[in-house]
Write a protein that binds this ligand. Structure first.
Ligand SMILES: Nc1nc2c(ncn2[C@@H]2O[C@H](COP(=O)(O)OP(=O)(O)OP(=O)(O)O)[C@@H](O)[C@H]2O)c(=O)[nH]1
Ligand SMILES: [Mg+2]
Length: 365
């Protein structure tokens, strides 16, 4: 899972990136960064420790989500001049986008002269993403028109069909429906897979509030959800700077501070959970005396695909999977006991992996 973090200058992208990856990338009152920060967030999961204790395992490995914190766009993202070049490539590579908007008031951090308004900024950002896709569509239309001139009548039909689809997508976008929200046949969806449209990606809108706005978070979340929430747009409000400071403490101190400030669930856990939701991912486990490990895969993925997440050999040479739910395994205390109670199942290639499954893949290459 690769998640791109975007937003207007000084909205708190790097601050949130640091919070979720427990990183220490440079944040700044004046934008100076030009390279993206790439970091990995380890997904906390209490089941991992329980499994590690049960297996008396030497090693525990959490599931990971990669975040890419993008510097402000060189052309001035948010000023309707579009997104292009390397910046666009970075965005296109992400599986989902976090759109950060500034809600915190702080006179030492300059705004763009229009005052702080997170809702206006969400609209600006969504407009920018739409604008970038419209540009991609226009470029494609130009290329198709050129192609039509130099092809024979028989091939022209294929081009015209593609042209039709692109025009329909464009109309939809202009009417305010992101490409991810437009109805497409399977065939059409496959046809546009390669284009990497930004509005086809799930979006997580995060309002970055100040620590003095803790008691406004709930109201902010409500307004964000009602104005922008949809099947493909998730919304949240967090205190980025506070979360970053908390993420840099050790677990005990963090817990104490969180309680004393009434800061609730960790913003880090929240961001990760939203990332899972946006990409419809589930967690499964592998376990032995050498290593207990959590993995992610799309919901309803077949066992072969889950095997492939572990290693391509396991997907290629897949024979079958031994499956037990994490809860059942922990209750039984060992594979042998789980087997005795008939809780260890043998599953084939098409078995749809469930949240919390513990898998042993049998394979032969
Ligand atoms: N008071 C306050 N300041 C914040 C908060 N979040 C971020 N800041 C400050 O705002 C400034 C910009 O934060 P960054 O995280 O660097 O923002 P950014 O979006 O990465 O900025 P660019 O990469 O330059 O576009 C820094 O000085 C932060 O300390 C917050 O919640 N409260
Ligand atoms: Mg930054």
């Amino acid at each position: 899972m690769d998640i791109g973090i975007v937003g207007l200058p000084r909205s708190g992208k790097t601050t949130l990136f640091n919070a979720v990856t427990r990183g220490a990338a440079q944040t700044a009152t004046f934008s100076s960064e030009t390279k993206p920060n790439i970091g990995v967030a380890k997904v906390p999961d209490p089941r991992l420790q329980l499994l590690t204790d049960m297996f008396v395992s030497k090693k525990t490995v959490e599931a990971e989500v990669t975040y890419v914190d993008l510097p402000p766009a060189p052309e001035g993202l948010g000023q309707s001049r579009g997104i292009s070049g390397e910046y666009l490539n970075h965005l296109q590579r992400a599986d989902a986008l976090v759109v950060v908007v500034r809600a915190f008031e702080d006179p030492s951090v300059a705004d763009d002269g229009r005052g702080v308004d997170p809702y206006r900024d969400v609209e600006t950002m969504l407009y920018e993403l739409t604008f970038a896709d419209l540009e991609i569509l226009d470029r494609k239309l130009t290329r198709l028109a050129e192609g039509k001139k130099s092809t024979k009548a028989a091939e022209r039909q294929t081009i015209e069909r593609e042209e039709e689809l692109i025009l329909r997508l464009k109309q939809g976008l202009e009417d305010g429906t992101p490409i991810g929200g437009q109805k497409l046949s399977l065939d059409e969806a496959r046809q546009i897979e390669g284009y990497q449209f930004l509005t086809a990606k799930p979006i997580i809108v995060v309002a970055n509030a100040g620590e003095d706005q803790l008691d406004e978070l709930a109201a902010m979340e409500e307004r964000l959800a009602s104005e922008f929430g949809s099947e493909w747009t998730l919304t949240a409000a967090v205190c980025g700077k506070l979360e970053m400071e908390l993420a840099q403490m050790d677990a005990e101190d963090e817990k104490e501070f969180r309680e004393s400030m009434g800061a609730g669930e960790s913003g880090l856990a929240r961001m990760l959970w939203l990332s899972y939701q946006a990409l419809d991912q589930i967690t499964f486990f592998t376990g032995s005396e050498t290593e207990v490990r959590a993995w992610t895969v799309e919901r309803d993925a077949p066992a072969t695909r889950a095997a492939g997440r572990i290693h391509s050999d396991l997907e290629r040479g897949f024979i079958r999977a031994e499956v037990v739910t994490c809860d059942n395994l922990l209750r039984c205390g060992s594979y042998a006991e789980a087997k005795k109670f008939g809780l260890l199942r043998q599953e084939g290639k098409t078995y749809q992996v469930k949240e919390g499954d513990v898998l042993t893949i049998l394979f032969n290459v």
